[in-house]
Design a protein around this ligand. Structure first.
Ligand SMILES: [Zn+2]
Length: 451
């Protein structure tokens, strides 16, 4: 066995994170930041050791020094067409006052919404959009602009009265924003299901009714706007928000984001200009992982391939983002599926499908399909006589691929066909079809292609 072709999957996110912290610490010192003051951020493995736990509104919170804050937002990766269109509209002076940025989950909708905030408030926008250098642009990059208000669904805090609830919701939003400020790649994790409550909308309305504090306009980013539906817990929230959309103050821009725009109230949908974002290129996701997380290039390429053109998906699979071993687990799922597809017994294929796709785990299911596609891609390379072009995660993986490629029915054209079957299944998986059925079918299809 050649050692040179064996690479172990590992991530250096914590080291990358610390590198960022060190950089920001220098930046903080350069700007004479007040090192004495402190703010709250949520749990991150890199800061746990020296931090003191504190619980607010169901979050695990830790105090870290002020100097460790201020990781500016990463630039927007991909979406060049959408940004160009928005910049052109702003230049012509007809950027809509109410926008809906929609597209697949994790594709960067809220980042683009914050870019729109920069576009609106930038002191010296160029042809391509905001300058990125003026005070307003930099404040937005640090999530610190007083006229940019970022809202997102939150779990319901315990509160005795509606007034207390409003306060606690605003406090929880502040804590979550602090976490995003400290780590823009932070992936929120809540104990309870997040939602928009009447108290949140009242806070939003109050801010919307006030004059901008530094500029001429204020911008509201309302993430996951589909969560704003009449629900048992807060039947009035969606209607109260609708009132704001019907008559927004003249100095206010509203940018909603949603990965399921069909779930928005039709009355909300009809009042916003839709901006559609597509999945970005796998290369751009990889570039993000290398540049922003200091990830090794080979690892970034693997993770990007599984992420389906969505940086947010890639982030959810990195160990530091709470998904310790998630990528490894997905790879193992992909391996088990491939093995099951090539097994003799149909019962075995159904069992494998059921093991991977429990009901309600749609996100993991589509990840497993992507992992299966990756295994097939590697198998195709080995079957086509290019085993050295594969970055094997382990010696066992390499041995398995070589063994499968040596089977009589397995040849590159058949594997290419099997990859197409998986891609079709990925299309179906985003719809309403039962995951187990899709998987059992795709495994049968692979079996036929490679028999
Ligand atoms: Zn600017």
């Amino acid at each position: 066995m050649e050692q040179g072709v064996i690479r172990r999957t590992k991530f250096n996110l914590p080291q990358g994170f610390l590198g960022e912290v060190a950089r920001n610490e220098r930046e903080g010192a350069r700007r004479g930041a007040d090192h004495a003051s402190e703010r709250l951020v949520t749990r991150h493995p890199a800061i746990e050791e020296s931090a003191t736990p504190r619980a607010v509104a169901g979050y695990s919170l830790f105090r870290i020094p002020y100097s460790l804050q201020f990781m500016p937002l990463p630039p927007v990766y991909g979406h060049a067409d959408a940004l160009a269109m928005l910049a052109a509209a702003a230049r012509a002076g007809n950027l809509s006052q109410s926008l809906l940025v929609h597209g697949p989950s994790g594709v960067g909708k809220e980042r683009v919404a914050l870019w729109v905030a920069q576009l609106v408030l930038c002191a010296q926008p160029g042809d391509g959009g905001p300058c990125g250098e003026c005070r307003a642009c930099r404040q937005i990059d640090r999530l610190e602009h007083p006229d940019v208000h970022w809202f997102f669904p939150l779990p319901r805090p315990d509160a005795a009265t509606p007034e207390k609830l409003r306060d606690k919701l605003e406090e929880a939003r502040g804590a979550e924003l602090a976490a995003r400020r400290a780590n823009p790649h932070h992936v929120p994790q809540f104990d309870k299901a997040p939602a928009y409550f009447m108290g949140t909308i009242q806070n939003l309305q109050r801010l919307a009714s006030m004059r901008p504090s530094v500029g001429s306009r204020k911008v509201f980013v309302v993430g996951d706007a589909e969560a704003m539906v009449p629900q048992e817990s807060s039947p009035e929230a969606a209607n109260a928000f609708l009132k704001l959309l019907e008559e927004p103050p003249a100095d206010t821009t509203l940018v909603l984001t949603s990965s399921s725009p069909g779930a928005l109230l039709p009355t909300i949908r009809s009042r916003v200009l839709p901006i559609r974002l597509l999945r970005i290129a796998v290369d751009e996701v990889a570039e993000f992982l290398v540049r922003e997380l200091s990830m090794d290039r080979a690892e970034a390429a693997t993770l990007a391939a599984i992420s389906e053109g969505a940086i947010g998906r890639a982030l959810r699979l990195t160990p530091g983002a709470g998904g310790a071993g998630a990528l490894q687990r997905l790879r193992e799922m992909g391996r088990d599926l491939l093995t099951a597809a090539l097994a003799e017994s149909e019962a075995g294929r159904f069992a494998a499908a059921n093991a991977v796709a429990p009901s309600g785990a749609r996100g993991e299911f589509s990840g497993a399909l992507a992992a299966l596609a990756l295994w097939l891609r590697d198998l195709m390379a080995v079957a086509a006589g290019a085993p050295d072009s594969v970055a094997y995660a382990s010696a066992a993986d390499e041995a398995l691929l070589r063994k499968l490629a040596g089977r009589p029915g397995v040849h590159a054209a058949g594997v290419a066909h099997a990859i197409l079957r998986v891609q079709e299944a990925q299309e179906l998986a985003s719809g309403n079809v039962n995951p187990q059925l899709i998987l059992a079918n795709v495994l049968g299809g692979i079996r036929r292609a490679l028999a």
